[in-house]
Design a protein around this ligand. Sequence first.
Ligand SMILES: Nc1ncnc2c1ncn2[C@@H]1O[C@H](COP(=O)(O)OP(=O)(O)OP(=O)(O)O)[C@@H](O)[C@H]1O
Length: 597
Amino acid sequence: MSVERSSPNFVSTGIFALRLIWRADPRRFAAVLAVQLVTAIGLAVSLLLLRHVLGVGLAAGTDVGAAGRVVLPGLLVVLAVQAAGSVLRSISQGWQRVLAVKTDQHLIDQVLRSAGRADLASYDDPGFYDRLQRAIFASRSEPITLVTGLAVFLRAGLGLIAVAGAFLALAWWLLPLCLLSLLPVLVTARKERDARYRLHTSLAENRRGREYVERLLTSRDDAKEIKALDLGGTLRDRWSRAYREEIRLTIEVHRDHLRRGIAARLLSDGVTAAIVAAGWLLVHRGLIDLATALAVLTALLLLSLRMKATAFLAGTLGDTLIYLADMRKFVEVPDEDEPAAAAPNDDGFATLTADRVSFAYPGAGEPVLRQISLTLRRGEVVALVGSNGSGKTTLAKILAGLYSPTDGQIRWDGVPVRDKASLRNAAAVVFQDFIRFKLAARDSITFGRPEQPPEAAATIHAAQRAGIDQKLENLPAGYDTPLSAEYVGGVDLSLGQWQRLALARAFYRNSPYVILDEPTASLDAQAEADLFDRVRDLFAGRTVLLISHRFSNVRRADHIYVLENGEILEHGTHDSLIAEAGRYAHLYHLQAEAYAG
Ligand SMILES: Nc1ncnc2c1ncn2[C@@H]1O[C@H](COP(=O)(O)OP(=O)(O)OP(=O)(O)O)[C@@H](O)[C@H]1O
């Protein structure tokens, strides 16, 4: 878990935020900015006009006619400017709402893109999940505050400049004095923000854990086991404990800040009071006259009130920016894949080789694969066998371009594969824990080739080869039926039917290289036998890497590699391995005897 010590750079995050809003909707953003500017100019004009009108009014004394000629039109102009300002602000509020929704969409889109671009290895890193969780938090909760906060802050800031401009001619030295009175408040606000940010970052893992329990308690997929085990109460207790911890730490931070905040405010008001007292002393000693002193003090009060309001808004905006900085850290990570260096021909590769490949999961000390060398040839079925945890799936993921080896090389046709993306493009993988899309049945198949428009004939053909076509045709809406009872008209499939659908996706992908990780674990005996009888026909001309614990299927492979503790223990054909009477022969006989017995 990473805990950031202090809040991020506000200038660069601010520029990042402005760019985000701009990209979301440049025209509306420009319009909202223009309204803030125009209303601030309106305020400055009103103040100057008011000062002029009052001056003329006071100078005219009892000459009501002379005063009326200037005062009345002047006041009417001030009122008209104010009314125009209100209308503009109302229009701007509507624009701000749309802008906030568009910024929201743009932000979430950035986070989703980055999550999609991230290397699979990132998903093994707890720090990645913390960053992702904080980025999602920022993108879900901050855009509205950002847009409205920015508009209000701009108006307040420009308004402050307008007021300062109107009064500074009277006493320029008011500005540093106001800033001095504001200093304690600004310093404590910064400290509080840092503390809150530290809390926010330190709580990321706790929140992820809590959200995971929430999902367990509410997801349909987990409901059966949670209910069967009567785990609801236990999980809710865990969830409450995690929440209580978050509340305890939040109270701690805010209690700390409360003391500091009150002290800072008292100090700030004390400085203002000292300025007032100094003014009074100057009047008392006859150094300035009372009228000037009163005018200066009124200006001081107005200015410091506006400054405090602007500082408060800046604080709110600052809070938003620290969360956006999290999101920025997440989305500005460069693409992790190296650029394409070599790609197989259209009809794939002749050989794919792992050359002394080792691999350790991020954060894990011990490598799970050590010095693995193997070769897959076009048209061959190559099998990987080995006990649980020996590294078969990990090796398959490396050969599928999902992980980079920590040591050694993958080569096709002798050329080192530097970009995992081209390896991924060439492979179709059926994982043992395949995904079950709660979408239309058709999507489950056509997602095999997402870069091309779906083809109905190829979809049916793939379903036929996987032996799921009849089932899909008979669904209420055929291939368009949603595959989940959570949707109206939706239907659930059996595990074996889901596995056939995963196979159909691999057939549809039509890639030169296929990885089947326990592809028949959920198939019935007949379907399993059919698949292995036909595997060479079904994947004719392609390279198949098969992982299986069923030796009756494995024995038909052209070459078999036996993995043990991340190393290749032995390899050869079924006959040569049986003749070797090693580990493979032992496991094969064990299974064969169990059946025979
Ligand atoms: N994401 C991960 N992060 C850290 N370690 C992992 C990860 N995935 C797997 N491992 C570890 O790597 C080792 C090899 O796992 P792998 O899934 O490759 O084994 P396998 O041979 O496919 O096992 P099985 O036959 O049970 O499917 C195991 O010890 C496992 O604990």
